[in-house]
Structures are given as C-alpha cells and as structure tokens.
Ligand binder design. Structure first.
Ligand SMILES: [Zn+2]
Length: 193
C-alpha cells in the first residue's frame, strides 16, 4: 500500500514537473461544463502543453482517472485517461477528437466526476465501445473496450459534448439529488481570486 502510494506520488511528481502548474477544475454550476468543445484542427505545441497540464491536474486529484478539456474551461476536444493510475508502468492516454464509432450492450456502473465532488450514482451506458481518435503524435488510433476504459471514455467524451453523468439519470433520481446538487453548486461557486 505504501509502496503504491510512493509510486503514485512519483507519477504525480513527474507530471507536475512536466507541467509546472495545474488547472483549476471547473465545478458543477459553472456554465462551461454545458458547452460543446470544438474539434482540434491541428495538433500544435499548444495541445501538447494543454495535455501535460491536464495530466498533472488529473494526478493531483487522488481519485482522478480521466479529465476532459471542458472541465478545465478549454473548449477543445481533448481528453486524458489513466485507469491504472496506481500502476507506475501504466502510461496515461491522451486522445484528440475522440469519437464513438460503435457501441454495444448495456451495463450499470457507479460513476463520479471531479467536477461534481462527493456525488456518485449508478449510470446505465453501453458496455462496449469502439472509439477512434488521434494521438498527440497525430496518429490515428482505434480503441475497442468493454471494461472500465469503455466507461471512462464515454464519460469523458460526454464532457466534450457538454453532458454530465447526472444528465443520464432518470428524472426521479435527478429530483432526489437536487438538494445535494444545490449544495455542491453553492459550496464550489466561483470565488473571486
Ligand atoms: Zn466527469
């Protein structure tokens, strides 16, 4: 356990060194979370810098396994994921313009979101997805997955379309979460710097 923690800190330290600083994660109540991100036409130094800073931001949060650019107020179609963040040998993935080509099946899994702290809910989504994207090296990749990665991909791609996981819940469930959401909105409301 301690070893794992040390390894994890090394990963965070590495990415913090790479990025110098982290982004402020936009919280529920921030209108940017409902905006649709635009496709990235060309992968430039700017995209590399954004990705580095997003990785550092994700690792800075002890439970972060995925982050979409929308969540840091950048309306570009870019996501970062590391579903094995505790494994020092597992490299994170950075996807540009990710797109779900196909989906299959159905599964119900509990989700949470760095932008909606302390709230978890079971969400029904397709079990398996085929996603196409470009890497930071401007290569096309296709990911086919039916496990946790599939779930995180769908959650993060949703963010790029201005959709939050709570938007998938039934009206009844949303109603039940209303007070909690109002509380989060107030607690994390923009504090002027
Ligand atoms: Zn999220």
């Amino acid at each position: 356990m301690e070893d794992n923690l040390a390894e994890e800190n090394r990963k965070l330290e590495f990415h913090l060194l790479e990025a110098d600083e982290v982004y402020r994660i936009r919280m529920y109540g921030d209108p940017v979370l409902h905006e649709k991100a635009l496709p990235i036409e060309a992968i430039t130094e700017e995209e590399h810098q954004i990705a580095k800073k997003m990785l550092a931001t994700m690792y800075s949060n002890p439970i972060g396994i995925g982050l979409a650019a929308t969540q840091v107020g950048i309306l570009k179609r870019l996501i970062v994921i590391d579903i094995d963040r505790d494994d020092p040998d597992n490299a994170p993935i950075v996807l540009i313009n990710p797109e779900i080509l196909e989906h299959e099946g159905e599964s119900v899994i509990e989700e949470g979101c760095l932008s909606i702290p302390e709230l978890k809910a079971e969400v029904k989504r397709p079990e398996k997805v085929i996603v196409s994207a470009r890497t930071l090296d401007d290569e096309e990749i296709v990911i086919e997955d039916g496990s946790l990665l599939s779930r995180v991909l769908q959650h993060e791609i949703d963010h790029l379309n201005g959709v939050l996981f709570i938007d998938h819940l039934s009206r009844k469930k949303q109603k039940r979460l209303k007070a909690k959401l109002r509380q989060i909105r107030q607690e994390y409301a923009e504090i002027p710097a």
